[in-house]
Design a protein around this ligand. Structure first.
Ligand SMILES: [Ca+2]
Length: 419
């Protein structure tokens, strides 16, 4: 081999080696990004994410709970606030391109606080419905997603019993309880659910009204001053089923006075009529000389004289409007020997059980009795003027209920209503 040839070969080899070195140091290969991560679930809803992506220059984390991060840290601890399933996504950017990686996470380790909820009192209790509600005073750190009132005939009702659904979040709400059975004890309590579970307010108990016409639950009779009265449940109210008959009979020519003695009139001044139709009272005697609407007056303890509004509540609870009188009157006629009303006793069904009897009244101006077996007139404890008060009247010849005011010196029948 000639030396020139050897030199040439050596030169070419040098150039190749030098060329390789030149390419390697000043013209690097740029790779595309590759997104990758691992995760470890920890306590309290915390997930530790490790970013194992390669060849990326920036990142976008989407943790699936409406929060994101552009952190490029190798390790990120993210806390989920509610248990649930989340899709976590990592997007890696570089070389003008992006790639993504994702994982589905089932978080069960959130142990934040339960919400705090109070139960409202139970009101508007009828035979089949009642009203309650609650107040979510704290969400416990995560959104309250369901709230309402649950109820049962057993203690400590829960959301798998009957319940209402009354929106979400904190604050107060009203619940309409429906589908109840008459004359039945129930338990109810408010509930609120967040990511940590369901919390309950204090338990309230209540008893639905008896079917109208039946004795009041727990108090079928009341014995007062030697006489026993039946009771009747009508809607939400509990009434005496007979007219009050208490006191010493006085002659119709005398007015009842504030003398410490309860006085009454009996129709035609016959005590036997008081036994059937009850006593007849002037307004002030009935009220025991106060003018406070709803006062006890001559009624027994835990009972009172119905206000005018309570009479209207009675009408509202009846089956139909326009026939209230018929629903409140006892049935039958004197002529037929089937009742105490003078014929025709129009429309009388007594479907309410109120059993209004036609005791007539004492006319204040002539101090005499009128309308025996023809009308039944009941005082309210509501004044109209200083000398008059509202009363309610049943008639033998129609099925209306009369509403009027009369001189307080008039003598009418009295019914007591439960407090
Ligand atoms: Ca008196």
């Amino acid at each position: 081999m000639r030396p020139v040839t050897f030199f040439l070969i050596l030169s070419i080899l040098f150039m190749i080696v030098a060329g390789c070195k030149k390419t390697d140091s000043s013209d690097p290969v740029v790779k595309d990004p590759y997104a990758m991560f691992r995760f470890t679930k920890k306590a309290n809803g915390i997930v530790s994410f490790s970013n194992t992506s390669t060849d990326a220059t920036s990142f976008l984390w989407d943790f699936g709970d409406l929060t994101t991060s552009t952190s490029s840290a190798t390790t990120i601890d993210h806390q989920y606030l509610q248990n649930g399933t989340y899709k976590a996504t990592l997007t890696a950017y570089g070389n003008g391109k992006s790639t993504g990686a994702y994982a589905d996470l089932n978080i069960t380790t959130v142990i934040g606080s339960l919400p705090t909820v109070e139960t409202n009192s139970i009101t508007n209790i009828t035979q089949t419905t009642a009203t309650s509600g609650g107040n979510v005073t704290s969400d416990g750190g995560s959104t309250v997603t369901a709230r309402g009132v649950c109820w049962s005939t057993s203690q400590n009702p829960a959301v798998n019993d009957n319940k209402t659904s009354n929106g979400s979040g904190t604050g107060s709400f009203t619940s309409n309880i429906t589908g109840l059975t008459a004359n039945t004890p129930y338990y109810a309590r408010a509930y609120a659910t967040n990511g940590s579970g369901t919390a309950y307010g204090e338990q309230k108990s209540f008893t639905t009204s008896a079917a109208s016409g039946n004795p009041c639950p727990g108090i079928p009779t009341v014995t007062y001053s030697g006489q026993t009265y039946n009771t009747v449940q009508i809607g939400t109210q509990c009434w005496f089923k007979e007219n009050l008959n208490i006191g010493i009979m006085i002659d119709s020519l005398a007015d009842q006075t504030n003398n410490g003695i309860t006085e009454k009139y009996c129709y035609r001044n016959l005590a036997s009529n008081c036994n059937i139709y009850g006593g007849i009272y002037q307004w002030d005697e009935m009220m025991q000389y106060v003018t406070t609407e709803g006062t006890k007056g001559i009624c027994p303890p835990e009972w009172h004289l119905p206000s005018d509004a309570e009479w209207w509540t009675l009408y509202d609870s009846l089956e139909a409007h326009g026939t209230e009188g018929g629903e409140l009157k006892s049935t039958g006629t004197i002529e037929a020997g089937t009742g105490l009303w003078q014929s025709p006793n129009t429309g009388a069904t007594n479907s309410s059980g109120f059993t209004g009897q036609p005791g007539g009244f004492r006319y204040w101006m002539y101090k005499s009795f009128l309308n025996f077996n023809i009308t039944a007139t009941f005082w309210s404890s509501t004044e109209y003027t200083a000398i008059s008060a509202f009363d309610h009247c049943l008639y033998n010849n129609n099925d209306d209920m009369g509403w009027q005011y009369d001189n307080k010196m008039s003598g009418f029948s009295v019914r007591c209503i439960k407090d």
